[in-house]
Design a binder for this molecule. Structure first.
Ligand code: CMC
Length: 430
């Protein structure tokens, strides 16, 4: 807690408000007692200027394009860490030693299957169901299969078990949802494969087709999962915290986060980017027309994969993903015209005063779909991939929220602007 304070002056009265300073020097004014003192609330649509918690998980400086998990720069983790190691770091706060990583990984293997009865749930969905709908429902349904665990207030051992279940089973559920959509039999997880190859094998092998796992593909998917693993108080993570603050169980809280992620302004943007690039391609490759539509204030169209609430410079994740997309396509010998279109679009965005003046740069979703497409992941699974990556972040935030002293149920205020009191009129008199 900082010694300094801010002053709020209203209606001739002055109120001292405590100032909080974060470890990287970020300043916040604590207004939690403001209404009790002054009868005023603050107004901040979209929470663009509101901190809901103190967090020690991820640091982000949107002006400088900095992103760190537990202090470690994202560039180093993407290059040198594994997804499991990064997940451990996010959830438990420190990089694991060899024994900790081994037992974390073993817990994943033990928890990779889903209850056989859950397979019946998949059969209830039409083959056209969006995999995000299946994923959110299945993750919430997982709770029903563990009646002996306190999923609302787990003890440390129970928490470890739920965390491993969620991280491991989301991958199995995702692959099963895909198999269901193409009418192929489910492929079970294998104990001899690591996290990413295991997932790719469940997705792409079948009783009549072996799937060759390429190192380049595994590396690209691993990098994407690490880059998606956390992003502090984004829409889905805030949803997980908000739902969890009502003491909803961990499965239900994360299922709500998956629903939030689905939206095209959030994780669903990766799917929308490819739709947009493909539409440009089909229309003859004219990127200018697309830019004009995005700039036209009478048109609701937005350039997908561009802009960010907190990044006011180049998203550091997009920089890594762009390089990764180039590497992967070169190694696999793929020429994707959508990558050319994306690069032309980016070049124009970086020079166009509309985007420059508003600090709009490509974000994490701009190039990620091109990698998923090269790997063979269908478009409606792109946001599912984001969800698999974001799982450790959601779990870490749920736990931090539970463990933080002073956590209260999330319950924003509003400023009512509806009708004044009026008397009910029966229907025959209206
Ligand atoms: N295309 C055209 N104009 C845009 C765009 C865009 N993609 N993004 C923002 N703007 C304009 C917006 O119209 C507004 O202009 P003005 O000041 O003239 O009214 C200004 O830039 C500020 O935009 P905003 O809507 O106030 O910004 P926000 O912080 O509320 O929204 C955003 C952030 C990410 C939702 C938005 O930039 C957007 O819709 N981008 C496209 C969708 C997208 O790529 N989403 C993925 C985000 S990154 C992954 C994740 O975190 O999930």
């Amino acid at each position: 807690m900082d010694q300094s304070s801010a002053k709020f002056i209203v209606d001739g009265n002055a109120y001292d408000l405590p100032v909080i300073t974060g470890t990287e020097g970020e300043k916040g004014v604590d207004i939690s007692k403001l209404r009790a003192q002054s009868n005023y609330v603050t107004f901040d649509q979209g929470f663009g200027n509101t901190s809901n918690c103190l967090s020690s998980i991820t640091f982000l400086d949107g002006e400088q394009g900095v992103l760190r998990y537990r202090g470690y720069p994202i560039e180093q983790l993407a290059e040198r860490s594994s997804f499991l190691e990064t997940a451990y770091l996010l959830i438990y706060g420190e990089l694991p030693n060899a024994e900790q990583l081994r037992s974390f990984s073993e817990a994943f293997t033990e928890n990779s299957m889903i209850h056989e009865d859950m397979k019946n749930l998949f059969n209830g969905y039409p083959s056209t169901a969006h995999p995000m709908a299946i994923l959110a429902s299945m993750v919430c349904s997982l709770e029903a299969y563990y009646p002996d665990i306190d999923t609302m207030n787990p003890n440390p051992e129970e928490f470890d078990q739920i965390a491993a279940q969620l991280m491991s089973k989301i991958r199995t559920i995702a692959a099963f949802a895909y198999k269901k959509s193409i009418g192929e039999p489910f492929v079970y997880p294998r104990h001899d494969l690591e996290y990413v190859p295991n997932f790719l094998n469940m997705m792409f092998s079948s009783p009549t087709r072996a799937y060759k796992i390429y190192d380049e593909v595994v590396k690209a998917v691993k990098v994407l999962l690490i880059l998606h693993a956390d992003h502090e108080q984004n829409c889905s993570t805030s949803t997980v915290r908000l739902v969890g603050s009502a003491q909803s169980n961990l499965f239900a809280s994360i299922s709500s986060g998956i629903c939030a992620l689905w939206g095209p302004l959030h994780g669903g943007a990766n799917e929308a980017v490819i739709d947009m690039l493909e539409a440009i391609h089909k229309g003859g490759g004219d990127v200018d027309h697309c830019l004009e539509r995005a700039k036209d204030k009478t048109n609701p169209f937005r350039l997908m994969g561009v802009g960010h609430r907190v990044y006011k410079s180049y998203d550091p994740r997009a920089k890594i993903i762009k390089e990764c997309a180039h590497d992967l396509l070169a190694k696999l010998g793929i020429h994707d015209p959508l990558l050319d279109i994306a690069m032309r679009l980016e070049e124009k965005v970086l020079k166009d005063s509309y985007f420059v003046d508003r600090n709009l740069y490509p974000n994490v979703d701009f190039y990620s779909g091109i990698i998923y497409k090269a790997v063979g992941i269908p478009r409606n699974m792109f946001t599912v991939m984001f969800a698999i990556g974001r799982m450790p972040g959601w779990i870490a935030h749920w736990r931090e929220m539970k463990d933080s002293p002073g956590t209260r149920i999330g319950r924003p205020r509003q400023i009512y602007v509806g009708p004044h009191k009026r008397d009910y009129v029966p229907i025959n008199k209206r």
